[in-house]
Design a protein around this ligand. Structure first.
Ligand code: NAD
Length: 266
């Protein structure tokens, strides 16, 4: 795999899974634009990229803000060139304080849908003209196995990720005639800042996990739910992203790939 001369944009690329995707694509030669609401962390990740490959840029972006997404698309052209790959990874699991509540509030529903689904659509809309013009592009959306089936205590998040799988199929149909592929990845259980919050919520709200630390909840779920009996890593997800944007996947679109150690098999 060699992405030299190609440009990748990764939303939520400052931390967690997004950071691993940024480092993987940069390691394979791509110039990377890191788009994240967390400016400080994005600069740190951009500095790490500079050590690997040189070409990177960071742009402070809130994916819920249409003007900011359009600014990001222009800043990408200006700094690293038109985008070949768009990785829609930015996501949240609830509104502030959600992890210590015992039910989903209207704000949890609204903000989670706004970032995870509408935000994804905002960024895709901002970049698709660059791709259509060149009759080429790869878009990868981060969904979740939580979008495949319901989750106790996380209905708002699960529903948003089911919507991501559906959005991926619709966008794939819309852009197929322009030689643009659109696929989703459904990660299983990864120990990232987001999952630490999920563990906190389960310890508050799911009787089986009551009183556990977030890490104990996580380890218990790995033992109970993952046939391969190991956690997934941000690097596992980054490997799947690299496959979807590579030439090997040129005829694959509208798919959702589980990277989950066998968690979900239907
Ligand atoms: N961790 C898991 O187990 C897991 C499992 C399945 C799916 N996912 C999905 O993978 C993606 C990455 O998750 P993660 O675990 O690395 O989370 P994370 O919280 O570690 O990272 C998310 C990144 O998105 C950024 N972000 C949040 N809101 C934003 C906004 N409005 N605009 C721009 N950037 C924003 C954050 O600043 C952060 O850098 C998410 O879409 C998440 O739903 C995670």
């Amino acid at each position: 795999m060699n992405f030299t001369g190609q440009v990748a944009v990764v939303t939520g690329g400052a931390t967690g899974i997004g950071r691993a995707i940024v480092l993987k694509l940069a390691d394979k030669g791509a110039a990377v634009m890191i788009a994240d609401i967390n400016e400080e962390a994005a600069e740190v990740t951009a500095a790490e990229v500079a050590e690997i490959s040189g070409s990177s840029s960071a742009f402070t972006t809130d994916v819920t803000n249409v003007a900011a997404c359009e600014g990001l698309a222009q800043a990408t052209i200006d700094s690293v060139g038109p985008a070949d790959f768009l990785i829609n990874n930015a996501g949240i699991a609830g509104s502030p304080g959600w992890q210590t509540r015992s039910h989903s509030t209207e704000d949890d529903w609204k903000l989670t849908y706004h970032v995870n689904v509408i935000g994804m659509s905002n960024v895709t809309s901002a970049f698709q003209q660059q791709m259509i013009k060149r009759r080429s592009g790869r878009i990868v959306n981060l969904a979740s196995v939580a979008g495949r089936e319901g989750r106790p205590s996380l209905s708002h998040y699960s529903a948003s990720k089911a919507a991501v799988i559906s959005l991926t199929q619709s966008t794939a149909l819309e852009l197929a005639r322009f030689n643009i592929t659109v696929n989703a990845i459904c990660p299983g259980l990864l120990w990232t800042p987001m999952w630490e919050q999920v563990g906190d919520r389960y310890a508050h709200d799911v009787p089986a996990y009551e009183g556990m630390t977030p890490r104990q909840v996580f380890d218990t779920m790995i033992a109970e739910k993952i046939p391969m009996q190991k956690e997934q890593t941000p690097e596992d997800v980054a490997d799947a992203v690299a496959f979807f944007v590579s030439d090997d996947a040129k005829n694959i679109t509208g798919q959702a790939l589980n990277v989950d150690g066998g968690f979900y098999m239907r």
